[in-house]
Design a binder for this molecule. Sequence first.
Ligand SMILES: N[C@@H](CCC(=O)N[C@@H](CS)C(=O)NCC(=O)O)C(=O)O
Length: 230
Amino acid sequence: MIRPVLHGFAPSVYTRVARLVLHEKGIAHDHTEVNPFDPGLDPAYRVLHPFARVPVLVHGDFILHETAAIARYLDTFPGPALTPQDPRAAARMAQVTGIVDAYGYWPLVRQVFAHRVFRPLEGLAPDEDEIAQGLSVSVPVLAALDRIAGEGLVLTGADITLADCHLAPMIDAFACAPEGAALLAQHGALSRWWARMARRPSITATDPGYGAARAGQDLTVPPAMPERGA
Ligand SMILES: N[C@@H](CCC(=O)N[C@@H](CS)C(=O)NCC(=O)O)C(=O)O
């Protein structure tokens, strides 16, 4: 069987979504490190990703970008199914993915995490207005996800689905900011989900090391990759 290759960036939350799916499925794969924020990014990378983002999955002659599509493709590989059979649970899973992509990523990650955690680690000043705006925009996002987690069709912490994989990296990054952790704590069902989810081996194995980075480690150094599953 041809091994898939994940092109990704160690600190990237979207790369981590794909890595979580690979880990939960136990898919043997290789990894190529690409920094999409590098002004010197090889223009040839746009052959793989016309918008110059990460991740990209290359499987033989099949090139796939957009994380939700990558996750769904990987879920067709052998291993535990990460898509629920129940139509309503499957719909909720797609809904969580949509909420994360459309409303969650920017405020949670690019505004709160990037400015409170990542930029200071890179020696750059945070923009407090971005953080304040990100926190404000995050409130309805967390509320919507909290309702879904409380309903119990997905985000149960028991039967993991692609919804857990898509959401976990965003929440982990957001909660690295003290204000993010405080806001998350106000959402009981979502907090309980994250407390259970954070204990999964896949979360530990794909940890980009924000905690360690806060202690002075370079975040752009990839963790122990390539990761190889069963
Ligand atoms: N819609 C894309 C979003 C991927 C994305 O935004 N990735 C970030 C890293 S987490 C990125 O490559 N950012 C580079 C940039 O914004 O220039 C997906 O679902 O894969």
